[in-house]
Design a protein around this ligand. Sequence first.
Ligand code: PHE
Length: 452
Amino acid sequence: MATKTGEGFSSSFGAIMAAAGSAVGLGNIWRFPYICGRYGGGAFLLVYICFVFFIGMILMMSEFVIGRRTGEDPVKAYPKLKPERPAWRFVGLIGLITCFLILSIYLVISGWTLNYFYESAVGTLASIQDSDFGVHFNEFASSVWRPVLFIAVFLALTALVVIGGVEKGVERVSKLLMPILVVLIFLLCIRSVTLKGASAGLTYLFHPDFSKLTGEGILAALGQALFSLSVGMGVMIVYGSYLPKDENILKTSIWITVCDFFIAVLAGVAIFPAVFACGQDPTGGPGLVYQVLPVVFNSMGTIGRVFSIIFFLLLTLAALTSAISLLEALTQWLSGEKIKRTMSAIIMSLIVFVLAAAASFSFGDGIWSGFKISGLQIFDFLDKATGTILPPVCALLTIIFFGWVMNKEDIIDELSNHGTIKVGYFKVFYYFLARFVAPVALLVVLVAGIKN
Ligand code: PHE
C-alpha cells in the first residue's frame, strides 16, 4: 500500500480480478467481434494476437512497474522516476485526458447495454419483429432522454463502487463479478456452438481470409489490442500503484493478457456461430450485438429470452468493471488533501456525464447530429480519437520512457521484487521487446494509420 492515500488491493487474487475487470469489457464482447468480422475474421485474429502479446502485454508490464514503483497517479509517476525531465508528466496527462474521453463514449454504449438488458427482462425485445431491430436500435439511440437516463443509472453504479474505495469497492466488486462473467460467457458459447449450422461461424472466425485485411484493419487491430488491455492511457499505472508489493508483475500481466484475449475469442465463439446459424450478417458493425443478436435470440423461442437476458447482463457487468477503472484513474488524480475521494469521484462523474450526454445527443439522427468536429459528429469524433489515435500515441511515449529513459536498475528491481524472484532470461526478451520491437511497431502502425 504505497499510494498517497494509503489505499491498495489487499490480495493477489483481488488485484488480478480488478485489473482483469478493467481489461475485459465492451472491448471484448461488443467491439472485438464486429471489428474482427469487418476485417476478415481469422486474418484479423492473427494480427491481433501479435499485437496483444508483443505490444499490449509489454505495455501492461511497463505500466505496472511505473505505477508500483512510484505509488503515484500517472501525472506524478513519470517525473518521480525521472525528476530531471519533468516534461514527461505530459504523457501522464495525455493518458488521463484519454481516459476521460473514453469514459464518455463508454458510458453511452454502457447505457445502451443497460437498456437492452432491461428490455430483455421486461419482454420488449421479444415482441419486436426481426426486420424491425435496426429501426428499434436507431430510434432508441437517437432519442433524447431515454439513453441519457440509462447513462445516469450506469454512471451512478460506477461512482458508488469507486466511492466505496479501492479495496472495499473496486476489488470487492471485481472479485464477485469476474467469475460470474466467465460462467455466463461459457453458457452462451455452449448454446451458440450447438445450434444447427453453427460451424460456418467458427470457420469464419478462425479461417484467415487475408484479402479483407487492409492497412486500416491492421491499425484497427492495434487500437483494439490497446483498448482491450486497457493500456496506453495510464489506467494500469493507477492499478499498478495499488498492487501488493509481493505481486509478481510478469506473471500477473501474462495472466491478465491471456484472460482478456480468451474472453474476446469466446465472445466471438458466442456470437458468430449464432449469427450464421440464423442467417444474419456477420459484418453488422457496431450494431451487431444490438441489431443482429436480438434476432438470433428471438429465433430460439422462450429459452432465447433467457439467453438474451444473460447476454446483456454479461455485457453490462463487463462494462461496469471497466468503467470503474476509468473513473478510478480520474478520481485518484483529483483526490488529495483538499479534495477527498468521494468529492473527486462526484466531480469527475458530473463532468464526464455532460460529455457523455453530448455524445449521446450527437449519435445517429440525434438532436445534435448536425454539430460536427473536423467533419465528424461528436460521438464519432470521440470514437476515432480514443480508438485509433490517442492510445497508440500515449503507448508509444510510455514504452519509450520505459525502454530508454527509466533507470534499468529500477525496472529489474521492481520486476524481481527486489531480487526475491528470478526474472532470468525473460529479462532479455522483455528488454528486446520493450526497447525495439514495441516502439518500432507502434510507430510504423501509427504513421501508416495517420497517412491513411
Ligand atoms: N479494456 C476495456 C474494454 O475492453 C476498455 C478500457 C479501456 C478500460 C481503457 C479502461 C481503460 O472494454
